[in-house]
Design a protein around this ligand. Sequence first.
Ligand code: GDP
Ligand code: MG
Length: 441
Amino acid sequence: LSERLSGVFDRLTKQGALSEEDVKTALREVRVALLEADVSLPVARDFVKAVQDKATGQAVTKSITPGQQVVKIVHDELVHVLAGDGEAGALRIDNPPAPILMVGLQGGGKTTTTAKLAKRLKEREGKRVLMASLDVNRPAAMEQLQILGTQIGVDTLPIVKGEDPVTIAKRAKTQAALGGYDVYMLDTAGRLSIDEELMAQVAAVRDVANPRETLLVVDGLTGQDAVHTAENFDDRIGITGVVLTRMDGDGRGGAALSMRAVTGKPIRFVGLGEKMDALETFEPDRVAGRILGMGDIVALVEKAQATIEAEQAEKMTKRFQKGRFNMNDLKMQLDQMLKMGGMEGIMGMMPGMGKLAGQAKEAGFDDRVIKRQIAMIQSMTKKERANPDLLQASRKKRIAAGSGMEVSDLNKLLKMHRQMSDMMKKMGKGGMLKQAMKGMF
Ligand code: GDP
Ligand code: MG
């Protein structure tokens, strides 16, 4: 919400806006931080460029330097990119038995992650899980999974020596169906680097199992390499998500950003150690803080913004209580409505306005209408906005013409303003306005 409101603060507090120079200077630091965190060069470059365009012209919060403000904007954008559509920890494992295919290079943490995830599904979601090792290459790989299974109390497919991965996958599928399992996990073999034989083997397994989820397990500390691995596996096998392991190490985990930017695949989990509990849902906020390594600044700006928001809400509440709700205020409300999912969104948040929202909807009050209303307010002079009582016939004609609307449209807008103004006054007396304003910021 703070980002949305920064335009408003600009006007209300008469603070300066971020100049192109401010932004450039701060972003130089940010670029270095990203590269140090192992974000790949092209990704860092694109990211900084995107932020540059977004940040320039944004308002600077009181008591914060432009540089600090840019860092906060960068942080928010990082979180945004990392989060994607926000489907982090949720796996599609309905329709039992649901196959989950685990892929990746050797030593990335596939076997460990398979067991961690199985434990999680069992304990948190009450799923019955069957694990099967398809790693016929590495000696003792199958036993490794079996031992982990015993340790966490999850069944593993009995080992039959001499079978090939596709045969094992078929057996796992049958066993999962017969045994009434909710999920079966296929832990595949890896190679030290990507090769055709590995891919062909994994592709053959995929065709047999038809997995609901194909999770790529990669070492989060390998940066650039992790991204290449992800691209390759996605091209060849098609992955549905990524698990970044070894995020307990000292690396800053910039691979997460590169991974998202390059593959667009959601990062589902992060591995935070060798223990079976060391698997957590991917948290964009935390990882962003780590990549940027400027958590202090982010916290500082958030605090300053929260203070200002509280002050603003207080100030506005006082003005509205006195019935001073002018066209600037109305425009701000309308701007917010557009950003918060239209009339219903915002009215729903304000006590006592739910009914009005319903009426408005029936009257065909949608985003287009809001945009036209904003256009009309923009056609008013500063004086008119501050004091709508000035609006007599000739002024109305001018405003309507200026915004390409009819005077009757303008009259409707003025009526709405009066109604809202009255409501604010009433709510102010009951102390409800204060509540409502708090909810909005
Ligand atoms: P695979 O070859 O892909 O199956 O990799 P493994 O699951 O056998 O893991 C290789 C090594 O990495 C093992 O020693 C694991 O304990 C270790 N490992 C896996 N995930 C993590 C993690 O998140 N953090 C740390 N510190 N070690 C991990
Ligand atoms: Mg393994």
